[in-house]
Ligand binder design. Structure first.
Ligand code: AMP
Length: 193
């Protein structure tokens, strides 16, 4: 199974991806997680990405596409994967298509988690407060200024993918404001079709 989860920051992509990992034994490929790991490890990719990420802007397409193309080659991705946070631009979607085509692979579905933007900021603030309450450190880009930029980047650079995948007939849109189990059940229903 090969899926894309599409939606703005705070839509619940990561939560649903982790649930799918448990249920279907496929891997979650989160470019955000991969980039944060690279920043932490101080790799050349991490050094290029650090400031861009902290500002809430998107990293260059070629950098992100190369990471994903390499990651898909790993043995644990052979049974399938959920892309969480990738693609985020039309050129990334085109590059992904080429990468998959070269391997004779196809996407099963692109699932959009549609959310109410006004409620989104509240949801993200709650996530930050919960993380702090657990005594964990908060992401460098989880602050009001970077969040605004991340939402703007979504609207301008990522939202066109909705039309892109709708035209290809692979888009499935869900209400991302429903509860976590409800969204999970809706995803399962799509995958069972
Ligand atoms: P995320 O954890 O998905 O919210 O991603 C955190 C940050 O990593 C984003 O704000 C971007 O700076 C960077 N990033 C993650 N995925 C991508 C991508 N597909 N394209 C460009 N930048 C990305």
């Amino acid at each position: 199974m090969r899926l894309i989860l599409l939606g703005p920051p705070g839509a619940g992509k990561g939560t649903q991806a982790r649930r799918l990992v448990e249920r279907h034994g496929i891997v979650q490929l989160s470019t955000g997680d991969m980039l944060r790991a690279a920043v932490k490890a101080g790799t050349p990719v991490g050094r290029k990405a650090k400031d861009i990420m902290e500002r809430g802007e998107l990293c260059p397409d070629d950098l992100v596409c190369a990471i994903v193309a390499d990651r898909i080659e790993e043995p644990d991705a052979a049974h399938g994967f959920i892309l969480d946070g990738f693609p985020r631009t039309v050129p990334q979607a085109e590059a992904l298509e080429q990468t998959l085509e070269a391997k004779g692979l196809k996407l099963d579905a692109v699932i959009e988690l549609k959310v109410d933007e006004e409620k989104l900021l509240h949801r993200i603030e709650k996530r930050i407060a919960e993380t702090k309450a657990r005594g964990e450190s908060v992401r460098a880009d989880d602050n009001a200024e970077a969040l605004k930029k991340r939402l703007h980047a979504y609207r301008v650079q990522t939202a066109p993918l909705i039309e892109y995948y709708a035209k290809k007939g692979s888009l499935r849109t869900l209400n991302g404001m429903a509860s976590i189990p409800e969204v999970g059940r809706a995803i399962d229903a799509i995958l069972a079709r």
